[in-house]
Design a protein around this ligand. Structure first.
Ligand code: SF4
Ligand code: MG
Length: 332
Protein backbone atom coordinates (compact mmCIF):
# COMPACT_ATOMS: atom_id res chain seq x y z
CA UNK A 1 0.00 0.00 0.00
CA UNK A 2 1.22 3.54 -0.75
CA UNK A 3 1.73 5.89 2.18
CA UNK A 4 -1.31 7.68 3.51
CA UNK A 5 -1.95 11.11 4.92
CA UNK A 6 -2.31 11.68 8.62
CA UNK A 7 -5.26 13.82 9.65
CA UNK A 8 -6.41 15.41 12.84
CA UNK A 9 -9.91 14.61 13.94
CA UNK A 10 -12.21 17.63 13.38
CA UNK A 11 -13.82 18.48 16.71
CA UNK A 12 -16.65 20.86 15.90
CA UNK A 13 -17.52 23.30 13.12
CA UNK A 14 -15.07 25.94 14.27
CA UNK A 15 -12.21 23.45 14.03
CA UNK A 16 -12.98 22.55 10.41
CA UNK A 17 -10.26 23.59 7.94
CA UNK A 18 -10.90 27.03 6.44
CA UNK A 19 -9.47 26.51 2.92
CA UNK A 20 -12.13 25.56 0.39
CA UNK A 21 -11.19 23.00 -2.26
CA UNK A 22 -14.68 23.14 -3.79
CA UNK A 23 -15.84 26.70 -4.02
CA UNK A 24 -17.97 28.99 -6.22
CA UNK A 25 -18.40 28.33 -9.93
CA UNK A 26 -20.88 25.49 -9.96
CA UNK A 27 -24.44 25.59 -11.22
CA UNK A 28 -26.25 23.14 -9.03
CA UNK A 29 -29.79 23.84 -7.84
CA UNK A 30 -30.32 26.07 -4.85
CA UNK A 31 -30.06 24.00 -1.67
CA UNK A 32 -28.23 21.14 -3.37
CA UNK A 33 -26.70 18.92 -0.70
CA UNK A 34 -24.76 16.88 -3.25
CA UNK A 35 -22.74 20.04 -3.94
CA UNK A 36 -22.38 20.63 -0.22
CA UNK A 37 -21.12 17.07 0.05
CA UNK A 38 -18.41 17.80 -2.52
CA UNK A 39 -17.42 20.80 -0.48
CA UNK A 40 -17.18 18.77 2.74
CA UNK A 41 -15.29 15.88 1.12
CA UNK A 42 -12.80 18.25 -0.55
CA UNK A 43 -12.38 20.32 2.62
CA UNK A 44 -11.69 17.18 4.66
CA UNK A 45 -9.27 15.72 2.10
CA UNK A 46 -7.33 18.96 1.58
CA UNK A 47 -5.11 20.32 -1.18
CA UNK A 48 -2.99 17.21 -1.89
CA UNK A 49 -5.94 15.37 -3.39
CA UNK A 50 -7.16 14.27 -6.83
CA UNK A 51 -10.88 13.79 -7.49
CA UNK A 52 -12.46 11.59 -10.15
CA UNK A 53 -16.06 12.49 -10.89
CA UNK A 54 -18.57 10.27 -12.62
CA UNK A 55 -21.22 11.58 -14.98
CA UNK A 56 -24.11 12.95 -12.93
CA UNK A 57 -25.22 16.21 -11.36
CA UNK A 58 -21.80 16.70 -9.82
CA UNK A 59 -20.22 16.41 -13.25
CA UNK A 60 -22.63 18.35 -15.43
CA UNK A 61 -23.36 21.23 -13.06
CA UNK A 62 -19.71 21.53 -12.04
CA UNK A 63 -18.09 21.66 -15.45
CA UNK A 64 -19.84 24.52 -17.16
CA UNK A 65 -17.74 26.03 -19.92
CA UNK A 66 -14.82 28.03 -18.53
CA UNK A 67 -15.81 27.63 -14.90
CA UNK A 68 -15.35 25.00 -12.20
CA UNK A 69 -15.71 24.98 -8.44
CA UNK A 70 -12.81 22.55 -7.98
CA UNK A 71 -9.61 24.07 -6.58
CA UNK A 72 -7.90 20.66 -6.70
CA UNK A 73 -7.35 18.42 -9.75
CA UNK A 74 -10.59 16.87 -10.96
CA UNK A 75 -11.18 14.52 -13.85
CA UNK A 76 -14.41 13.34 -15.40
CA UNK A 77 -15.00 9.63 -15.73
CA UNK A 78 -17.81 7.69 -17.38
CA UNK A 79 -20.98 6.82 -15.50
CA UNK A 80 -19.93 3.24 -14.84
CA UNK A 81 -16.21 3.82 -14.37
CA UNK A 82 -15.69 5.58 -11.03
CA UNK A 83 -14.11 2.47 -9.51
CA UNK A 84 -11.70 1.77 -12.37
CA UNK A 85 -10.75 5.44 -12.86
CA UNK A 86 -10.01 5.85 -9.15
CA UNK A 87 -7.97 2.67 -8.98
CA UNK A 88 -6.17 3.57 -12.22
CA UNK A 89 -5.09 6.98 -10.91
CA UNK A 90 -3.98 5.43 -7.66
CA UNK A 91 -1.91 2.80 -9.49
CA UNK A 92 -0.40 5.44 -11.80
CA UNK A 93 0.67 7.63 -8.91
CA UNK A 94 2.34 4.68 -7.24
CA UNK A 95 4.24 3.76 -10.41
CA UNK A 96 5.34 7.36 -11.03
CA UNK A 97 6.57 7.62 -7.46
CA UNK A 98 8.40 4.29 -7.69
CA UNK A 99 10.13 5.41 -10.88
CA UNK A 100 11.12 8.67 -9.23
CA UNK A 101 9.15 10.73 -11.76
CA UNK A 102 7.17 12.52 -9.08
CA UNK A 103 7.88 13.20 -5.43
CA UNK A 104 7.12 10.34 -3.10
CA UNK A 105 4.39 11.80 -0.92
CA UNK A 106 0.86 10.89 0.17
CA UNK A 107 -1.75 12.00 -2.35
CA UNK A 108 -5.42 11.30 -1.72
CA UNK A 109 -7.34 9.75 -4.62
CA UNK A 110 -11.09 10.13 -4.29
CA UNK A 111 -13.71 8.90 -6.74
CA UNK A 112 -17.05 10.65 -6.34
CA UNK A 113 -20.21 9.38 -8.00
CA UNK A 114 -23.94 9.50 -7.48
CA UNK A 115 -26.18 6.58 -6.61
CA UNK A 116 -26.69 5.82 -10.30
CA UNK A 117 -22.95 5.83 -10.93
CA UNK A 118 -21.97 3.82 -7.87
CA UNK A 119 -24.84 1.60 -6.76
CA UNK A 120 -26.36 0.93 -10.20
CA UNK A 121 -24.21 1.26 -13.31
CA UNK A 122 -20.76 1.36 -11.76
CA UNK A 123 -21.25 -1.25 -9.07
CA UNK A 124 -18.99 -3.86 -10.68
CA UNK A 125 -16.03 -1.49 -11.05
CA UNK A 126 -16.42 -0.17 -7.49
CA UNK A 127 -16.59 -3.70 -6.15
CA UNK A 128 -13.46 -4.64 -8.09
CA UNK A 129 -11.61 -1.58 -6.75
CA UNK A 130 -12.44 -2.57 -3.19
CA UNK A 131 -10.50 -5.82 -3.66
CA UNK A 132 -7.11 -4.12 -4.23
CA UNK A 133 -5.46 -3.45 -0.85
CA UNK A 134 -2.21 -2.16 -2.43
CA UNK A 135 -3.79 1.06 -3.67
CA UNK A 136 -5.41 3.94 -1.83
CA UNK A 137 -8.77 4.53 -3.46
CA UNK A 138 -11.60 6.18 -1.58
CA UNK A 139 -14.97 5.86 -3.30
CA UNK A 140 -17.65 8.32 -2.19
CA UNK A 141 -21.26 7.83 -3.21
CA UNK A 142 -23.45 10.93 -3.01
CA UNK A 143 -26.87 9.41 -2.71
CA UNK A 144 -29.61 11.78 -3.87
CA UNK A 145 -31.88 8.80 -4.43
CA UNK A 146 -32.39 9.15 -8.19
CA UNK A 147 -30.72 9.82 -11.51
CA UNK A 148 -31.24 13.49 -10.73
CA UNK A 149 -29.06 14.92 -13.46
CA UNK A 150 -31.11 13.50 -16.33
CA UNK A 151 -34.47 14.59 -14.93
CA UNK A 152 -34.97 12.45 -11.80
CA UNK A 153 -35.36 8.84 -12.89
CA UNK A 154 -35.70 5.96 -10.47
CA UNK A 155 -32.46 4.30 -9.27
CA UNK A 156 -31.81 1.36 -6.94
CA UNK A 157 -31.46 3.95 -4.16
CA UNK A 158 -34.86 5.57 -4.72
CA UNK A 159 -37.06 4.88 -1.70
CA UNK A 160 -40.19 2.79 -1.91
CA UNK A 161 -43.18 4.66 -3.31
CA UNK A 162 -41.33 7.77 -4.51
CA UNK A 163 -42.53 9.55 -7.61
CA UNK A 164 -39.86 9.93 -10.29
CA UNK A 165 -40.16 10.51 -14.03
CA UNK A 166 -39.74 6.74 -14.48
CA UNK A 167 -42.20 5.90 -11.71
CA UNK A 168 -45.00 8.41 -12.33
CA UNK A 169 -48.19 8.46 -10.32
CA UNK A 170 -51.24 7.30 -12.27
CA UNK A 171 -54.91 6.65 -11.77
CA UNK A 172 -54.59 2.90 -12.30
CA UNK A 173 -51.38 2.50 -10.33
CA UNK A 174 -50.82 4.84 -7.41
CA UNK A 175 -47.35 3.45 -6.72
CA UNK A 176 -45.09 2.52 -9.59
CA UNK A 177 -41.88 2.04 -7.63
CA UNK A 178 -42.24 -0.78 -5.12
CA UNK A 179 -38.64 -1.90 -4.61
CA UNK A 180 -37.02 -1.28 -1.24
CA UNK A 181 -33.80 0.72 -1.40
CA UNK A 182 -30.63 -1.31 -1.90
CA UNK A 183 -28.37 -1.29 1.15
CA UNK A 184 -25.23 -0.36 -0.78
CA UNK A 185 -22.79 0.57 2.00
CA UNK A 186 -23.64 -2.57 3.97
CA UNK A 187 -23.16 -4.64 0.85
CA UNK A 188 -19.68 -3.14 0.42
CA UNK A 189 -18.81 -3.78 4.06
CA UNK A 190 -20.06 -7.35 4.02
CA UNK A 191 -18.52 -8.45 0.75
CA UNK A 192 -15.02 -6.97 0.55
CA UNK A 193 -12.58 -8.39 3.11
CA UNK A 194 -9.68 -6.28 1.77
CA UNK A 195 -11.60 -3.07 2.41
CA UNK A 196 -10.83 -1.94 5.94
CA UNK A 197 -13.21 0.99 6.13
CA UNK A 198 -16.81 1.50 5.03
CA UNK A 199 -19.06 4.23 6.39
CA UNK A 200 -22.45 5.80 5.93
CA UNK A 201 -23.00 9.53 6.59
CA UNK A 202 -25.38 12.38 5.80
CA UNK A 203 -24.74 16.00 4.83
CA UNK A 204 -26.91 17.10 7.76
CA UNK A 205 -24.08 15.88 10.05
CA UNK A 206 -21.04 17.50 8.40
CA UNK A 207 -18.46 16.94 11.14
CA UNK A 208 -19.23 13.24 11.20
CA UNK A 209 -19.07 13.22 7.39
CA UNK A 210 -15.70 14.98 7.20
CA UNK A 211 -14.17 12.80 9.91
CA UNK A 212 -15.31 9.70 8.06
CA UNK A 213 -13.65 10.91 4.88
CA UNK A 214 -10.44 11.62 6.81
CA UNK A 215 -10.50 8.26 8.54
CA UNK A 216 -10.97 6.48 5.20
CA UNK A 217 -8.05 8.38 3.66
CA UNK A 218 -5.71 7.82 6.57
CA UNK A 219 -6.48 4.09 6.79
CA UNK A 220 -5.70 3.77 3.07
CA UNK A 221 -6.27 0.88 0.72
CA UNK A 222 -9.70 0.72 -0.85
CA UNK A 223 -12.39 2.44 1.24
CA UNK A 224 -16.02 3.40 0.73
CA UNK A 225 -18.29 6.11 2.15
CA UNK A 226 -21.99 6.47 1.24
CA UNK A 227 -23.53 9.87 1.91
CA UNK A 228 -27.22 10.78 1.88
CA UNK A 229 -27.64 14.13 0.12
CA UNK A 230 -31.13 15.67 0.10
CA UNK A 231 -32.05 16.92 -3.39
CA UNK A 232 -34.67 19.72 -3.46
CA UNK A 233 -35.46 19.18 -7.11
CA UNK A 234 -35.78 15.41 -7.12
CA UNK A 235 -37.43 15.13 -3.71
CA UNK A 236 -39.57 18.18 -4.31
CA UNK A 237 -39.18 20.35 -1.22
CA UNK A 238 -38.24 23.98 -0.64
CA UNK A 239 -34.42 24.34 -0.91
CA UNK A 240 -34.25 26.03 2.46
CA UNK A 241 -35.06 22.71 4.14
CA UNK A 242 -32.21 20.57 2.78
CA UNK A 243 -30.44 20.33 6.12
CA UNK A 244 -33.66 19.60 7.98
CA UNK A 245 -34.59 16.92 5.46
CA UNK A 246 -31.31 15.10 6.08
CA UNK A 247 -31.83 15.25 9.83
CA UNK A 248 -35.37 13.97 9.48
CA UNK A 249 -34.27 11.05 7.28
CA UNK A 250 -31.76 9.97 9.93
CA UNK A 251 -34.10 10.51 12.87
CA UNK A 252 -36.89 8.53 11.21
CA UNK A 253 -34.47 5.70 10.42
CA UNK A 254 -34.72 6.05 6.65
CA UNK A 255 -30.92 6.41 6.80
CA UNK A 256 -28.39 5.22 9.37
CA UNK A 257 -25.01 6.77 10.19
CA UNK A 258 -22.43 4.07 10.92
CA UNK A 259 -18.88 3.04 10.25
CA UNK A 260 -17.13 -0.28 9.95
CA UNK A 261 -13.43 -0.20 10.67
CA UNK A 262 -11.40 -3.42 10.60
CA UNK A 263 -14.56 -5.42 11.02
CA UNK A 264 -15.84 -3.39 13.97
CA UNK A 265 -19.16 -1.63 13.53
CA UNK A 266 -20.14 1.54 15.40
CA UNK A 267 -23.07 3.91 14.99
CA UNK A 268 -22.99 7.71 15.06
CA UNK A 269 -25.55 10.30 15.97
CA UNK A 270 -28.51 10.18 15.71
CA UNK A 271 -28.46 6.48 14.77
CA UNK A 272 -26.30 5.60 17.82
CA UNK A 273 -28.96 6.97 20.18
CA UNK A 274 -31.68 5.05 18.38
CA UNK A 275 -29.73 1.77 18.47
CA UNK A 276 -28.98 2.17 22.18
CA UNK A 277 -32.61 2.95 22.91
CA UNK A 278 -31.71 6.41 24.29
CA UNK A 279 -33.59 8.26 21.54
CA UNK A 280 -36.87 7.22 20.04
CA UNK A 281 -36.98 6.83 16.29
CA UNK A 282 -39.25 9.53 14.85
CA UNK A 283 -42.37 8.36 12.99
CA UNK A 284 -41.73 8.47 9.25
CA UNK A 285 -44.99 10.34 8.42
CA UNK A 286 -43.68 13.90 8.67
CA UNK A 287 -40.54 13.11 6.69
CA UNK A 288 -42.65 11.69 3.87
CA UNK A 289 -45.29 14.40 3.97
CA UNK A 290 -42.73 17.17 3.63
CA UNK A 291 -41.69 15.95 0.16
CA UNK A 292 -43.65 16.23 -3.06
CA UNK A 293 -42.32 12.90 -4.34
CA UNK A 294 -44.45 11.17 -1.70
CA UNK A 295 -47.55 13.37 -2.13
CA UNK A 296 -49.63 10.55 -3.58
CA UNK A 297 -49.10 8.15 -0.67
CA UNK A 298 -52.15 7.36 1.41
CA UNK A 299 -52.19 6.16 5.03
CA UNK A 300 -51.96 2.53 4.00
CA UNK A 301 -48.70 3.22 2.09
CA UNK A 302 -47.17 5.23 4.91
CA UNK A 303 -48.07 2.44 7.35
CA UNK A 304 -46.36 -0.03 5.06
CA UNK A 305 -43.16 2.05 5.01
CA UNK A 306 -43.27 2.46 8.79
CA UNK A 307 -43.73 -1.28 9.25
CA UNK A 308 -40.76 -2.01 7.02
CA UNK A 309 -38.61 0.47 8.96
CA UNK A 310 -39.65 -1.10 12.25
CA UNK A 311 -38.63 -4.47 10.90
CA UNK A 312 -35.26 -3.17 9.70
CA UNK A 313 -34.45 -1.60 13.07
CA UNK A 314 -36.05 -4.18 15.29
CA UNK A 315 -35.63 -7.54 13.62
CA UNK A 316 -32.50 -7.47 11.48
CA UNK A 317 -29.38 -9.22 12.79
CA UNK A 318 -27.59 -5.86 12.90
CA UNK A 319 -30.24 -3.11 13.12
CA UNK A 320 -30.49 -1.07 9.90
CA UNK A 321 -27.41 -2.76 8.47
CA UNK A 322 -27.77 -6.46 7.77
CA UNK A 323 -30.88 -8.62 7.66
CA UNK A 324 -29.06 -11.88 8.40
CA UNK A 325 -29.90 -14.02 11.37
CA UNK A 326 -28.50 -17.47 11.88
CA UNK A 327 -31.28 -20.01 11.76
CA UNK A 328 -31.98 -21.82 14.98
CA UNK A 329 -29.96 -25.00 15.39
CA UNK A 330 -27.27 -23.96 12.88
CA UNK A 331 -24.69 -23.02 15.49
CA UNK A 332 -23.20 -25.23 18.18
FE1 SF4 B 1 -28.38 18.93 -6.71
FE2 SF4 B 1 -30.61 17.53 -7.00
FE3 SF4 B 1 -30.24 19.79 -8.37
FE4 SF4 B 1 -28.83 17.61 -8.95
S1 SF4 B 1 -31.05 17.85 -9.19
S2 SF4 B 1 -28.03 19.69 -8.80
S3 SF4 B 1 -28.52 16.71 -6.90
S4 SF4 B 1 -30.46 19.56 -6.11
MG1 MG C 1 -28.37 10.27 -8.01
Amino acid sequence: MTMTMEFERIRGVKAAPLPEMYTSGHRTCQGCDSALNCRYVAKAAGPRSIVLGATGCMYVANTSYYSTPWAIPWMHTQLGATGSATLGVSVSLKVLMRKGKIKNEPINVVGIGGDGAIADMGLAAVSATLTWPEYNSLIVMYDNESYANTGVQVSCQTPYGAHTTFSPVGTVKRIMHKRWKKNTAAMMAAGHPECRYVASACTAYPIDLMNKVRRALSIGGPTFVAILCPCPKGWDFDPRYSHEMGEMACKAGMWANWEMMDGKLTFQTPSSGIIKGMVERAPVTEYLQRQGRFDHLIKEDIDHIQKQLDKIWGEWGIPAILPFKVAEGELA
